[in-house]
Design a protein around this ligand. Structure first.
Ligand SMILES: [Zn+2]
Length: 283
């Protein structure tokens, strides 16, 4: 059965590690990510963006996640990543997602507070944890708006007021990371992160982590991050794995055959992140 992210993140917070949240794009991603979690004895969060939800539907992905969770001997949660509206978050909660994010970070502060508080209230009623975002993660998540170079960090004082007023159960912070592929070397503003941690007691979430050096991620976890998101790296790994298989076996026409190459690559990337995040062995 799918579990919520609440216990997962609170355990991570008290144990000073982070749980990996991995964006899944299809059946093969779900199988590969959960296989890595089993192999590493790690709790795991599967998540889908609104773009992925539009590609298939909440129900399709939820059905995949449910089957995976029923078979798994480790805790599995299903999370809506970057929910862009109250309606989509409510649809996900009603469908059976066990965690949602409302991303009002593109709105002015007061509007972000209002929409987040509304979703958090609904989440509380349904027993579903609600992640929110304050400040901005750079780049472009999925087909969402492109934050481009605009990348204001989360203000620690605003973060405290935001969590207090909204009742969100975890908070994604803008501390220098960006979605997509980094052009330069990413740099996590660890000082700002620690200031936020001093003022906010809910688990903190790091987005845009694909390509961030493992050492910076570990330092961020020491600074209060309890959930770390990976999307881009998995997409790259899957595609490269499929292409490598096709290059080596040009006569292949069975999708199961080349998808195995993609799945093996995703599994390897996920397992390696679980080791770095410290969630391996925590199931
Ligand atoms: Zn994100």
């Amino acid at each position: 059965m799918l579990v919520t992210t609440k216990e997962m993140l609170l355990s991570a917070q008290s144990g000073c590690y982070a749980v990996g949240a991995f964006n899944v794009e299809n059946l093969e991603f779900v199988m590969a990510v959960v296989a890595a979690a089993e192999e590493r004895r790690s709790p795991v969060i599967l998540q889908t963006t609104p773009g992925t939800v539009r590609y298939a539907s909440l129900d399709y992905f939820l059905a995949l996640a449910r089957v995976a969770a029923e078979r798994a001997s480790v805790p599995v949660a299903m999370h809506l990543d970057h929910g862009g509206s109250f309606d989509l978050c409510l649809q996900a909660i009603r469908a059976g997602y066990t965690s949602v994010m409302i991303d009002g970070s593109h709105e002015p502060f007061e509007e972000n507070v209002a929409i987040t508080a509304a979703v958090a209230r609904a989440g509380r009623a349904a027993g579903v944890p609600v992640e929110a975002e304050l400040g901005r993660v750079g780049g472009k998540e999925d087909d969402g708006p492109d934050a481009g170079g605009e990348n204001p960090f989360t203000d620690p004082d605003e973060a405290a007021e935001f969590v207090e007023r909204t009742g969100c159960t975890s908070l994604a912070v803008g501390v220098g990371t960006a979605h997509g592929v980094y052009k330069g070397t990413p740099h996590v503003e660890q000082g700002i992160l620690r200031e936020i941690r001093r003022r906010v007691d809910v688990p903190l979430v790091l987005h845009g982590t694909s390509g961030v050096p493992d050492s910076q991620v570990r330092e961020a976890i020491a600074g209060g991050v309890c959930k770390v998101n990976y999307a881009t790296e998995l997409r790259q790994a899957f595609t490269e794995g499929c292409m490598a298989h096709l290059a080596a076996h040009p006569c292949t026409f069975d999708p199961k055959s080349y998808a195995a190459g993609g799945m093996a690559a995703v599994r390897e990337v996920v397992a390696s992140h679980m080791d770095n995040l410290g969630c391996a062995g925590r199931a």
